[in-house]
Design a protein around this ligand. Structure first.
Ligand code: NOJ
Length: 709
């Protein structure tokens, strides 16, 4: 349709019909029943009204959605097709590692490939829009949803956000196998206080703009079609009715032109936040603020019409929102082909296909992080090995948003070892129980591998924890086994960095496997047996304890910085009981071989506005396996009109080096990269001295100084 045709369609729609385009309900409303129960009963609907709504949440499957589309178009007065929106977070039927693990690949190009595969599967299943990417910055792993984010760093999150938007949308999301993406949750949902889900945020304007907003901005600049509002408040105002946030920042400053949707019932929840008087007031405030679609509440459906009729809302504001929804349908090509890519044959060919399984394994090769190795790894397949812990045989390791996986398709650690290393002498104890058999086997083994941590029922939406230490039963299992055999390798599963200082001190080797997806355990097994070099890097710092949270490596000096020595110092900014640094910092991860860096060379020690300088290093693989090395660039602005972070990630290149290979890696530094929000909230650079570092992780001391003139 042309824009003119869209506008004349809009002009021919009744007010009620327009309002229905702004309502999204889930599948419980679409059964062939006359009497609604559950949530459907709470929203009083006219018969057939659900079928006239503009979009549907969570329904999937080619055959089902084609039939539903037929039913909906038949009832919609202008036969306008519905949009089918689904949470495709880290895969559709093939699960890839959870997003925090995708962040740990430090490989945005790989993230794009994973999302592209997810989009192909979901598109074949009739889905039009993915509620993804989730780009909320996360610095507090008490929050259960850290697993859905790519981590603590604004720059890395922004690169991941743009790659994921490209992965979903390609250059035209009407193309076969592409979806429209919906970035979420706008904004700063990751900053919920105390890591408690749905809580308020209390962050400064500087923190919001400099740390939390860049990833959403990157998604908008990459052309994301939709934005979902967050449940939380910012500056005491719920995001869904926050006009300044949605109209001024998102549409004004960021230039977003697409559709804004509320999170689930978030319009209605502003009544409970007690900033809206009632659901009518909530509807008015949300629409005025710029929220186009009301997901799963009755606010728009019941109140927009009377609000217009009674002169409290101009109809033009409804028209604006409806036009955006119609434009999205048009860009997806739904007026020409309302099923888009839904195809039962394509589902058969694509869902959990061999290619996607291989990608799931590859992703986990790059997301698994080796945190410690005192020599127990890699395992030797001629050794006598014991593998214990319920998680080694648990299929609930794909992540709580892997909604469409078939659990029987998930490969457990035990299955992976048995398939890939059938000749290895491994005895399995798939439980957390300390039995005499386990202790006896551990005693005579050469090495014991313990699978500990959390499964997917322990992290995710609403699953916040005040205590993020290792579950007690797991520490007891570890201690009992270690008393028999000091050669213990711990594989940690989970969607959040846990606080495991005691375990880390005692275990011989520590591997962060996250929730690795459908086939990720093949990669974990290959890493354990040394067939693959681990190349993941921590996307979030791993703290000593909850008390250090929220935490980020890009912290500030304070007026009383701690000396760079261990121990407690009175009257400086530190703790009596734990260090200021985390157990393992952002960007950290070991490999088996040795990778060396030459000192950094700068093309010049001064940089001008409009100019550039180059920082280069030579990286060499001195090990015996190919390695993937995430070469990281950090910069520190030594003085500013506001306090400046001790270092910030500003560049990244993940390279593959064959044994013995050397490669020069260059980063270009420009004045734009040095900009920040100054004391007056202007986004500028300030002339002065800077240090940059290029190295293996955020602790690197491989630095050089330059001056911005
Ligand atoms: C609530 C979650 O916060 C959001 O991330 C998700 O997309 C919606 N529900 C829809 O399922």
């Amino acid at each position: 349709m042309t824009n003119e045709q869209l506008r004349s369609l809009l002009a021919s729609m009744s007010l009620s019909e327009k309002i229905e385009q702004l309502v999204q309900l889930n599948g419980s409303f679409f059964g062939d029943i006359d009497v609604y129960t559950g949530p459907a009963a709470q929203i009083r609907m006219e018969p057939d009204q659900p079928l006239r709504t503009g979009s549907v949440l969570g329904e999937h499957g080619a055959e089902h959605l084609m039939a539903l589309q037929d039913r909906m178009m038949a009832k919609q007065p202008h036969h306008i097709p519905a949009l089918f929106m689904v949470d495709v977070i880290h895969g559709y039927r093939t699960a890839f590692p959870v997003p925090i693990a995708i962040g740990a690949t430090f490989n945005p190009a790989l993230a794009e490939r994973l999302i592209e595969a997810s989009a192909k599967e979901a598109a074949a299943a009739g889905v039009h829009v993915a509620f993804s990417p989730m780009v909320d910055l996360v610095r507090d792993s008490r929050w259960g949803r850290v697993m859905e984010s790519t981590g603590e760093d604004p720059w890395l999150n922004a690169r991941m956000a743009e790659s994921e938007v490209r992965g979903f949308q390609g250059s035209n999301y009407a193309d076969k196998g592409r979806l429209a993406a919906c970035v979420k949750h706008f904004a700063a949902y990751g900053a919920v206080q105390s890591g408690r889900d749905y809580n308020v945020t209390e962050i400064s304007e500087h923190t919001l703009f400099e740390d939390y907003l860049p990833s959403y901005r990157a998604a908008v600049e990459a052309g994301v079609s939709m934005v979902m509002t967050a449940f939380n408040t910012i500056d005491r105002k719920p995001c869904t009715t926050n006009k300044k946030l949605l109209r001024d920042v998102l549409r004004g400053d960021m230039g977003f032109k697409g559709v804004v949707i509320s999170d689930y019932a978030a319009v209605m929840e502003t009544v409970l936040h007690s900033t809206s008087l009632d659901t009518r007031d909530a509807a008015k405030k949300a629409l005025l603020a710029g929220c186009d679609i009301d997901m799963m509440s009755e606010c728009y459906l019941y109140h927009l019409k009377t609000l217009v009729e009674e002169g409290e809302l101009p109809e033009s504001i409804i028209d604006e929102a409806v036009l955006r929804v119609l434009e999205l349908k048009n860009k997806l090509g739904l007026f020409e082909n309302p099923y888009k890519d839904a195809s039962v044959e394509d589902e058969k060919a694509l869902l959990f296909c061999k290619e996607h399984q291989a990608l799931s394994r590859l992703a986990a090769e790059e997301s698994t992080v080796l945190l410690k190795n005192d020599g127990a790894l890699p395992l030797d397949r001629r050794q006598k090995i014991v593998v214990a812990g319920a998680l080694a045989e648990d299929r609930a390791i794909t992540g709580s948003w892997a909604l469409f996986v078939k659990p029987e398709e998930t490969v457990t650690l035990r299955a992976a070892i048995e398939t890939l290393y059938p000749d290895a002498d491994v005895t399995f104890f798939g439980s957390d129980e300390v039995t005499d058999e386990l202790l006896a086997a551990a005693k005579v083994a050469d090495a014991v591998v313990l699978a500990l941590g959390e499964n997917q029922t322990q992290t995710g939406e609403s699953l916040s924890k005040a205590d993020i230490s290792l579950p007690k039963a797991h520490m007891a299992l570890f201690e009992a086994v270690r008393a028999q055999n000091p050669n213990v390798v711990t594989v940690l599963f989970g969607g959040r960095p846990l606080a495991v200082p005691e375990l880390a001190g005692k275990t011989n080797a520590l591997v962060e496997a996250w929730l690795p997806g459908s086939c990720g355990c093949y990669a974990v097994a290959d890493i354990l047996f040394g067939a693959v070099e681990p190349s993941g890097r921590m996307s979030m710092s791993m703290p000593y304890c909850s008390g250090q949270l929220p935490f980020s490596y890009s912290a500030y000096n304070t007026g009383r910085p701690k000396p760079r020595k261990e121990g407690f110092f009175p009257f400086v900014s530190n703790y009596l009981d734990v260090p200021n640094v985390p157990l393992y910092p952002f960007g950290y991860g070991l490999s088996y071989g040795e990778v060396t860096y030459s000192p950094v060379t700068l093309s010049s020690t001064s940089l001008t506005k409009g100019g550039q300088l180059t920082a280069s290093v030579v990286v060499e693989n001195k090990g015996s396996l190919p390695v993937k090395e995430a070469v990281q660039l950090y910069i520190r602005d030594l003085k500013g009109s506001v306090v400046r972070p001790l270092r910030e990630l500003k560049g990244l290149e993940k390279i593959t080096l064959q044994p013995g290979e050397r490669r020069e890696v260059r980063f270009t530094i420009t004045e734009e990269m040095l900009r920040f929000y100054d004391a007056d909230m202007n986004f500028v650079s300030e002339p002065g001295d800077f240090t940059l570092w290029v190295g293996h992780d955020s602790l690197t001391e491989n630095g050089a100084d330059f001056r911005l003139v």
